[in-house]
Design a protein around this ligand. Structure first.
Ligand code: KIV
Length: 314
């Protein structure tokens, strides 16, 4: 169903569950602003995540840990306003869900103030009690296991694939099950070997949404700027489907060149008025119109071209 049709309604977690049950592979993209969200929604993307990747992708921070609730709510509200059908998920920022009470309070703000339908939190077993509190409060929650950027310092600082050893693979399986049992409706699985992600997926009854986790997940998520070629770095797990960086640069250079040469604006971008009305407004005669120099001046008064009232005289 296209988002432009009359019957469009916002997808719910039950719809996502049905799509998963029907064997559909679920695409999810991040968005941070109104125009991008509108385009993704019209393109039929069912899940839009306002990721805290916002920090690096849009705000120029060096990590996601700097992102605040205020910033997340601001951008989530813009994305919700831009969409009619997609289920919008607000990513809870670092330290906004340290206790169940704090999590419910802040998650509630994503729903109440920004209009999101669900929230996402990072962490497996350690976050299960938070997922449980949110689910009990009636807040749909998506988990996030594997590489969890908010814990980057605890995970050794460097972005790396998780779950490659016997112990860490078993821990990831426990994480996935704990988050499901706590009541999450889906789980992002980030930077996990393909085989392990596929096994996690097969052991769950909720969808896994993979990023850098192979094709065996129930769905896939990408940071939209990676997909669009907007940014200086494309991670190995991403594929560029457009070169917006090149397009934007070329457009800016072409426009600046047109401004420099006088080719912009042209008649198509310019409004004109009746010359007779302008004559009246300026007290200008037909002779004044034709005269060179300052608009309409035919003689000099006090060292200035005369015939035209100056702004201060009007
Ligand atoms: O913040 C984000 O964009 C994310 C995705 C990478 C899943 O968490």
């Amino acid at each position: 169903m296209s988002a432009g049709s009359e019957t469009v309604r916002r997808l719910t977690v039950a719809d996502i569950g049905r799509m998963y049950g029907d064997g559909e592979r679920l695409p999810m993209l991040t968005a941070y602003d109104h125009p991008t969200a509108r385009i993704l929604d019209e393109a039929g993307i069912p899940l839009i995540l306002v990721g805290d990747s916002l920090g690096q992708v849009l705000l120029g921070y060096d990590s996601t840990v700097r992102v605040t609730m205020t910033e997340m709510l601001h951008h989530t509200a813009a994305v919700v306003r831009g969409t009619k059908r997609a289920l919008v998920i607000g990513d809870m920022p670092f330290l906004s869900y340290s206790t169940p009470d704090e999590a419910v309070e802040n998650a509630g703000r994503f729903l109440r103030e920004a209009g999101a339908t669900a929230v996402k939190i990072e962490g497996g077993v350690r976050s299960a009690r938070i997922v449980e509190a949110l689910a009990r409060a009636g807040i749909p929650v998506m988990g996030h296991i594997g590489w969890t950027p908010q814990s980057q310092h605890g995970l050794g600082g460097k972005v790396r694939v998780q779950g490659k050893s016997r112990e860490t693979a078993r821990a990831l399986l426990s994480d996935a099950v704990a988050i499901q049992e706590a009541g999450a409706f889906a789980i992002v699985v980030e930077l996990v070997p393909e085989q392990l992600a596929a096994i996690i997926t097969s052991r769950l009854r909720i969808p896994t949404i993979g990023i850098g986790a192979g094709a065996g997940c129930s769905g896939q998520v990408q940071v939209v700027t990676d997909l669009l070629g907007l940014g200086t770095f494309t991670p190995r797990h991403a594929r560029k489907y457009a070169d917006l960086e090149g397009s934007i640069r070329a457009a800016a250079e072409a426009w600046a060149a047109d401004v420099a040469s006088g080719a912009f604006p042209g008649p198509a971008e310019t409004v004109r008025m009746e010359e007779a009305t302008l004559d009246e407004a300026l007290g200008r005669t037909l002779d004044d119109r034709a005269a060179p120099g300052r608009v309409g001046a035919t003689s000099m008064v006090d060292g200035l071209p005369a015939g035209i009232p100056l702004d201060r005289d009007l």
